[in-house]
Structure formats: C-alpha cells, structure tokens
Design a protein around this ligand. Sequence first.
Ligand SMILES: C[S@@+](CC[C@H](N)C(=O)[O-])C[C@H]1O[C@@H](n2cnc3c(N)ncnc32)[C@H](O)[C@@H]1O
Length: 210
Amino acid sequence: MNDAENGSHGYTPMNYDEDSAADEAYQTCVTYIVEHAPIGRDDTVVDVGTGTGIVALELASKCERVLGRDIDDEWLRYARQKAEERGVENVSFDYGSFRDPNVDEAVDVVVASYALYMAYDEGGEEELRAAIEGISSLNPRHLVVADKMFFGPPESRGEYETLPQMGTVANLLADAGYTLTDVEIVSGSVGVLVATRTSEWPVLLSRGTK
Ligand SMILES: C[S@@+](CC[C@H](N)C(=O)[O-])C[C@H]1O[C@@H](n2cnc3c(N)ncnc32)[C@H](O)[C@@H]1O
C-alpha cells in the first residue's frame, strides 16, 4: 500500500458529514450527481472513495445496488452504521482502493466524489492516472467524477492547493477509453465530469443521442 492508500484525513467521520452538509459547492455536486448522472434503475453503481457513504446512500433509491469502496476502515464502519440506521438495504461498504476497487461483478457506473483529488495530491498526474486506470478497469458504461479540479487557466490558481486541471482529468479519462459527455462547472475549482465509455458511442449515435 502506498501513501495515497493510507487513508488518513484530518476529520472524524461525524465532523466530515457536518462540514459537508454546510459546504455549498459539495452539496451542488451531490445534487447534480443524484439528478443528472446517467444511472438507471437496474444499474449497479460503485462509489469509490465513498468515505462516510454520503453519495452512495443518496444513490441507493435510484438504482439496483450501490457498492461503496474505501481504504479507511473507520469511515467504512461509519457508512455501514448510517445505512443500517436508515434501513437502506441495497448498499454495501467494503475495502477497495482506486487502483484495486475490489469488485468482482459487472458494474454499470462508477462514481468518485471528492476522492480522486487525493490521488493527485499524493502522487501528481501519475498517481491520478493509476487511479483512473484502476476504476476504469471495472469497465463501467459511465464514470462520474465530482471533484476539486481547476477549470480556469493555470495563472488563475493563485496559491491554491495542488489540484489537477480539468483538461488533465479529461485526458486521463480519454486515455482510459472514456469521452466526456457532460461537464458541470460548480466553481473555478469544483465541478462534475461525466465520461462515457468510448465504445458506447456507436450505440448512442445509432439511437440519435447527442
Ligand atoms: C474527501 S473524502 C470523500 C468521501 C465521499 N466520496 C464524499 O463525497 O463525501 C475522500 C475519501 O477518499 C478515500 N481515499 C483516499 N485515497 C483512496 C484510495 N487510494 N482508494 C480509495 N479511497 C481512497 C478516503 O479514505 C476518503 O474517505
């Protein structure tokens, strides 16, 4: 396990949920995923870097199953406890990393919410590439990346923390066989990318989908 997979955060799971509830950009991302992500009723969705399971639990009513994966056992326990308290039965939480999500079944959509930036922070573009290769190895129809990344030109970054450019994320998704099909810019440093498996394009075009 490398440092990107040690999973230490500066939060308790409870504090994380409180801060997230008050974070407008984060809430806009979650709402966007729930309302616009291309997730169908019969789909199996993997929420990688699930943390306390906020997104996984929100998506449970939209699809057949959600598999939450994370490298932090304490946060996984907390997410399981929330699912139990809420009586949500089609969500499960288990160990799994970006590089090796630990999923053996067919997956329709992978969601990564406020998670992949940690790979970039740890190991720059190469670690982010490995992370995107890892999650795309599940061969989902769509990858949904809601994250902190720069949407403006490099000179607009100021002294802000290390984040990838949106174009870098898009290029790595393309290298993994995915084409951007939707982009929602929430702020200059937060947004949602929806990427579709490139092999889906003939199907989409034959259905007349843009
Ligand atoms: C900021 S939290 C976001 C949690 C959640 N997705 C959300 O939207 O609230 C990032 C999560 O990514 C997890 N993480 C960090 N590195 C990881 C890795 N290499 N593989 C899987 N999860 C990782 C952390 O343990 C943490 O729970």
